[in-house]
Design a protein around this ligand. Sequence first.
Ligand SMILES: CC(=O)N[C@@H]([C@@H](O)[C@H](O)[C@H](O)CO)[C@@H](O)CC(=O)C(=O)O
Length: 285
Amino acid sequence: MAFPKKKLQGLVAATITPMTENGEINFSVIGQYVDYLVKEQGVKNIFVNGTTGEGLSLSISERRQVAEEWVTKGKDKLDQVVIHVGALSLKESQELAQHAAEIGADGIAVIAPFFLKPWTKDILINFLKEVAAAAPALPFYYYHIPALTGVKIRAEELLDGIQDKIPTFQGLKFSDTDLLDFGQCVDQNRQQQFAFLFGVDEQLLSALVMGATGAVGSTYNYLGKKTNQMLEAFERKDLSLALNYQFCIQRFINFVVKLGKKLKVSKNQRALPLEDCLSHRTLNY
Ligand SMILES: CC(=O)N[C@@H]([C@@H](O)[C@H](O)[C@H](O)CO)[C@@H](O)CC(=O)C(=O)O
């Protein structure tokens, strides 16, 4: 077993799956995408085939190919490539987990099955355990996203004794706004070396205060640099500056949220005054 592996920390970009105009996966740009994340955003960890990557809307064959391409193109450039392998079918999830191990991914993550839902902690744990067992050398992360799965089992409850059941358990990707639940996950597992990865980008600063060790999110694809500045300010205990960065990021996300489905960018038009939002002119510090 490859443990203990380097702990997953800092920013993790939840990658978009690039598509052609015909709805086919555009593998040809993944190499450039890796370079962009590393060089322009300072982000060296990625989370593939998750919510942002529309993993659950892809076929199993597509998910395998996408995972493989990211691992191949990220080799010697990225620190960690985590593959989301959750599926409604246990067999498919296990197949994807095994495949992630074969191609040399650095970890796997799994959401709760969301159609016929597990209604107790034990049922959910049993499902996760079976998937994790298909890749026994890979760090395993539980991907908690109750608003989308409808599975409301509290993460804090799930984590209680989890390593006894899933020895490869390494951390939690927490995509929810319940900071009581998140804080208790951290507080009750201080003896463990788990990664606590927060997934609500607009609230990351609050989660850092609660003990988040990193973050997985869609905005780190393009706000990675800015968010890294927030992490640095937080590390230096400059909370006022960190808050300015968080507010800046919130203004951006708020703008996009308000646009909703109307968000369209023509070739010559910027969707929003990104520079105004992100430049030092707006950040009054
Ligand atoms: C529901 C959703 O898509 N949440 C995003 C956030 O990064 C989200 O886009 C961001 O906080 C803006 O609201 C991530 O938690 C999802 C994610 O990490 C993933 O793509 O797997």
